[in-house]
Design a protein around this ligand. Structure first.
Ligand code: PMP
Length: 442
């Protein structure tokens, strides 16, 4: 009997794929049919080393038995429970586990189904928080240029990627942006946190003053901007943002959808940088990417401000049909257990020097104009072909895929973020493969 998994569907038209050049893809589809630990299997039977943990999410590696089994068990026991006015034990258990892991003082969890939903939840929570305290005049939200905060309306509005915004008109009003922190002239080829650029945090002071501080509700930043090419904050930058927010009574939101759950060698980037936000968005690694789920972690003061309203009233008019879904909760609990059992939340710290060494050894490959790293994240920026700002990196992506390596590209930047179970031998393999690609006339 033939193995049906290896048969590509002969009509690819119906599925309108997200963030994909559909017309191109459907002429030469790339399909995965299996995965185990560090590797995918393609429909033509090849193995592909996962250099990106899927989409920055499969932190414990693929098809881990404990997680798979937890999902299977939960699906047979309690498949769904209404999310409003009713509950089930695992959602509460998970919230407690997350609070144990979170920075001190972040004692509450609001569930969503994705990073985008976590972001929009955090933004709405910030607006509502000021209202419940009688400061409804704080309606402005501040994001950053080159930020990615998902694709819902709030996240797109505070996001700073021109191509993601320009199809959609005005988006939210009352939003402003501060500059990104990428200073290639001064910081190119820095290992770890860049020296230059702390002054860019003061742009927040300028923008806040421009609008009158008493109108600003929240500032949202990715501690490390991932999707726009791994932009690492200059030394002291996030601390300075925290000071400015504190001075003006503005909430600081960290979007930890990528940086959460061990990517930098600490549970959260907040721990790595020693800066505690007021609200923290998570998703991806929360369930090892296996089941859609997000969680917004919230400081006690914020939660308590909502709880101090009239008894028997719903405190926050917000939530999703699948908030704290039983199967997602079971997957997340098994994922957190796997991270703890295998030391994965600190593994990136142990591997990061080795990782940086391999990554920066690509410095002399043709067209490489910058390399950046932190924890188990890396980026290689390529000089663009004239008038074609994405082509060279995408060529590299295609060649890497053919040679058995999954990388991710954004513009002409190659981004890397392997599962945290990666071995030193696999790090060597990854960079050997990538070197061959970069040397191969891209
Ligand atoms: N925020 C950040 C920082 C992200 O990197 C992402 C996804 N890459 C999102 C939000 C959106 O997450 P999702 O795709 O799960 O909606």
């Amino acid at each position: 009997m033939s193995d049906r998994r290896n048969v590509a569907p002969n009509d690819l038209e119906a599925f309108w794929m997200p963030f994909t050049a559909n017309r191109q893809f459907k002429k030469a589809p790339r399909l995965f049919v299996g995965a185990k630990d560090m590797r995918y299997t393609t429909n033509d039977g090849r193995e592909v080393l996962d250099g990106t943990a899927g989409l920055w999410c499969v932190n414990a590696g693929h098809c881990r038995p404990k997680i798979t089994e937890a999902i299977r068990e939960q699906a047979g026991e309690l498949d769904y429970a209404p999310a409003f006015q009713l509950g089930h034990p695992k959602a509460f258990e998970l919230a407690n586990r997350l609070v144990d892991l979170a920075p001190k003082g972040m004692g509450h969890v609001f569930y969503t189904n994705s990073g985008s939903e976590s972001v929009d939840t955090a933004l709405k929570m910030a607006l509502a928080y000021h209202r419940v305290r009688g400061e409804g005049g704080r309606f402005r939200l501040i994001g950053r240029e080159r930020a990615y905060h998902g694709i819902n309306f709030g996240g797109t509005s505070v996001g700073g990627i021109v191509t993601n915004r320009k199809m959609f008109g005005t988006l939210l009003t009352g939003v402003d942006h501060i500059p990104h922190t990428h200073l290639p002239d001064q910081n190119a080829f820095t290992r770890g946190e860049p020296e230059h650029g702390l002054h860019l945090a003061n742009e927040l002071e300028r923008v806040v003053a421009l609008h009158d501080p008493s109108t600003v509700a929240a500032v949202i930043v990715e501690p490390v901007a991932g999707s726009t090419g791994v932009l690492i904050p200059p030394k002291g930058y996030l601390k300075r943002l925290r000071e400015i927010c504190d001075k003006h009574g503005i909430l600081l939101i960290f979007d930890e959808v990528i940086t959460g759950f061990g990517r930098l060698g600490t549970p959260f980037a907040a721990d790595y940088f020693g800066v505690t936000p007021d609200i923290m968005t998570t998703a991806k690694g929360l369930t090892n990417g296996v089941i859609p789920m997000g969680a917004v972690l919230v400081k006690d003061e914020i939660h308590d401000a909502f709880m101090n309203g009239p008894e028997h009233m719903i405190e926050f008019m917000h939530g999703y049909t699948y908030s704290g879904n039983p199967i997602a909760s079971a997957a997340a609990l098994a994922t957190l257990e796997t991270y703890q059992d295998e030391g994965l939340l600190t593994r990136a710290a142990e591997l990061s020097d080795y990782w940086a060494e391999g990554l920066h050894s690509l410095k002399d490959c043709p067209h490489v104009i910058d390399i950046r790293n932190l924890g188990l994240i890396g980026a290689i920026e390529l000089e663009s072909l004239p008038g074609e700002p994405t082509k060279r990196a995408f060529n590299a992506f295609l060649k890497a895929y053919e040679s058995g390596l999954l990388i991710r590209t954004t513009g002409d930047i190659i981004a890397l973020s392997p599962p945290l179970i990666i071995s030193k031998a696999e790090i060597d393999e990854l960079f050997d493969k990538l070197r061959t690609v970069l040397m191969n006339n891209i």
